[in-house]
Design a protein around this ligand. Structure first.
Ligand code: FES
Length: 601
């Protein structure tokens, strides 16, 4: 087998892995010996494209706990395609176990993935991810290294089933948590739900962040068509992983880079798909960050502009009623893309080598109640709306598809909590002065204030209101929210309170105006009064970077210092300012350079 590439741009060049394995000198000796020590004869890897498998398997990331097995199927495909697999671990970020929030480490994982791709002797990479942050982090790293890459996600869990009721993680854990607090179910009822919802490998199976990001990988063209919705427990996911492995070999041979696939048009396709699915609000942040690595700016206005002309056609929780397994049986993401194909740029290239249009040409929908017809959408606009105004000069986000229609235009009195801890301590206080018409406001849970912008934006309703039958009210914060959550919830308020955004100045009793149709979010307090409050606040702490005495880089060390020094606000994707853009790795090298042998072990 020849390691020389046959595609026109790389004719007479050799794959970059040959810099490690192709030289008959000390360096080549050591590199080959490193594989032989693991039992691989030279015939197994000599002259073959080396395909890395960046595996975010971890027992501490339950959604990714099956990726070690899935990697074996990727390896079969790589070998079948004529390549050589080289699996390596990345850090892994689990929503359940990682404290204070997995988002704090998303950029760390992206740096890990980028540097491993850059530094290892590989010609292409298969990215194995699943849980919320692992998929965007892997894509961000791959976009910056820009070596041929293909994504394989872990697939959704099977539908939960509890006493005959289908349940979705974790939309229904949250719904029943409210019922428990309202006193309509017992603790024992609630406990018995734990194993009934989480009953199989994979990520949360509502249209939460993990499902959203997996689907957006399809819309972007970075995963094989149909791959997002195959359940983690379905044999067809193993087959998909094998196909991806084989395909990665060809991508490496051809030197097809992520930057040729994740173009500006592909990001528009992804935004349309996000909106049509009623996908997670977190995707705004992650897509913006991934695009930033590809040198593409996605302003919040772009999401909002496309939202006004994109109907929500997917009837999945938390916006609708079905689960990812139902979407798989209904035709998967291709059925969704087919529904909105007139809104997509079908000429975009995908990792399969075909265009998006070619991929969905034969797509069919097998259940019109799961993927709704265009003339019967869940909502006529996209699932997300971007609000701006005096309370959020740089923008805020609401998932209108999962909100209460009657609250989309509302004026209410602010009931303020200074932080997630303050909220936890007081929300169930029987003496809390709150009614269903008020607006709950929480500060200091943004990118800096959290730190890490935790998913604290799904503010629990006060117990006394729950007991009165209230199940939704307006909630506003600079936090994120789990993609599995629901309600009339305004998130990502920017600038955040911890850097002195207007949110920091809101006091109990202030009036707030929200008008989703007009895309407005306003604090109805005079400028002079806000200026007075600002003087008091900044005078009190004497350091605007440490507003309210929140996290400060000066008091941190290590990764947290790096994070606080460089994290950008939500509209910029919460990436680090110095990670924007890419520095492409050479996919192929000149023979002369190859003989220089740069890579000593
Ligand atoms: Fe991993 Fe929900 S906890 S996707």
């Amino acid at each position: 087998m020849s390691a020389t590439n046959t595609s026109s741009g790389n004719a007479n060049k050799i794959l970059r892995s040959q810099e490690w394995f192709g030289t008959r000198d000390l360096e080549g000796f050591l590199h080959r010996a490193g594989l032989k020590s693991q039992g691989w004869p030279e015939e197994s890897f000599s002259g073959r494209p080396v395909i890395g498998i960046a595996n975010s398997w971890s027992e501490a990331t339950h959604c990714n706990a099956h990726l070690r097995d899935l990697a074996e199927h990727v390896k079969r495909g790589i070998i079948r395609g004529g390549g050589f697999p080289l699996e390596f671990p990345t850090i892994s970020l689990g929503e359940f176990f990682l404290s204070p929030t997995s988002m704090l480490c998303r950029n760390l994982m992206a740096m890990d993935v980028e540097e491993m791709i850059r530094g290892l002797p590989i010609d292409g990479v298969v990215l194995l991810a699943g849980c919320d942050k692992t998929t965007p982090a892997a894509l961000m790293g791959a976009a910056s290294a820009d070596l041929p890459a293909i994504m394989v996600t872990g697939g959704p869990q099977l539908k939960g089933n509890w006493r005959g009721e289908e349940l979705g993680s974790c939309t229904d854990c949250r719904r029943y948590w409210s019922e428990l607090r309202a006193g309509t179910i017992t603790q024992s009822d609630y406990d018995s739900m734990e194993g009934a919802i989480y009953r199989s490998p994979g990520h949360c199976m509502v249209m939460g962040t993990a499902s959203t990001m997996a689907a957006l990988c399809e819309a972007l063209g970075m995963t094989l068509s149909g791959g997002a919705s195959i359940p983690g427990a379905d044999a067809r996911r193993s087959a998909l992983a094998e196909e991806a492995g084989a395909r990665a070999v060809q991508l490496a041979r051809d030197g097809v880079r992520p930057s040729q696939i994740m173009t500006e048009a592909a990001f528009d396709n992804a935004i349309r798909t996000l909106l049509a699915m009623g996908g997670s609000t977190n995707a705004l942040i992650h897509l913006t960050a991934i695009a930033g690595r590809a040198g593409i700016t996605l302003p919040l206005e772009r999401f909002d502009d496309l939202s006004r002309t994109t109907p929500t056609v997917l009837n999945l929780k938390p916006s609708g009623k079905y689960l990812m397994e139902d979407l798989f049986y209904a035709g998967g993401v291709p059925a969704v893309l087919k529904r909105i194909e007139d809104l997509l740029d079908l000429s975009c290239l995908t990792v399969s080598g075909k265009t998006l249009g070619e991929e969905i040409a034969g797509a069919a929908c097998y259940n019109d109640d799961v993927v709704l017809p265009r003339d019967k959408p869940l909502t006529t606009e996209g699932g997300l709306a971007v609000l701006k105004g005096s309370l959020a000069p740089d923008g805020a986000v609401i998932k209108q598809s999962a909100a209460s229609p009657k609250l989309m235009k509302h004026r209410g009195r602010a009931v303020v909590f200074e932080s997630p801890i303050d909220l936890k301590n007081r929300i169930d206080d029987p003496d809390l002065d709150v009614t269903a018409d008020d607006i709950l406001v929480m500060k200091n849970a943004g990118p800096v204030g959290g730190p890490g912008m935790p998913e604290a934006g799904f503010l629990p309703l006060p117990r006394k209101l729950l007991q009165q039958g209230v199940r939704d009210m307006i909630r506003i914060s600079d936090a994120r929210m789990s993609g599995t959550a629901f309600g009339t919830i305004v998130l990502h308020v920017a600038p955040e309170a911890a850097v002195g955004g207007p949110l920091a100045l809101v006091e109990n009793g202030d009036m707030i105006d929200i008008d989703v149709d007009a895309r407005r979010l306003d604090l109805l307090v005079d400028e002079s009064e806000l200026a007075r409050r600002r003087n008091v606040e900044s005078g009190a702490v004497g350091d605007s970077a440490a507003w309210h005495g929140g996290p400060s880089a000066a008091r941190e060390r290590g990764y947290r210092k790096l994070y606080l020094d460089h994290v950008m606000q939500a509209p910029a994707g919460c990436d680090f300012d110095f990670l924007l853009g890419n520095t492409p790795v050479e996919t192929h090298v000149e023979v002369a350079k190859h003989s220089a042998g740069h890579h000593t072990g």
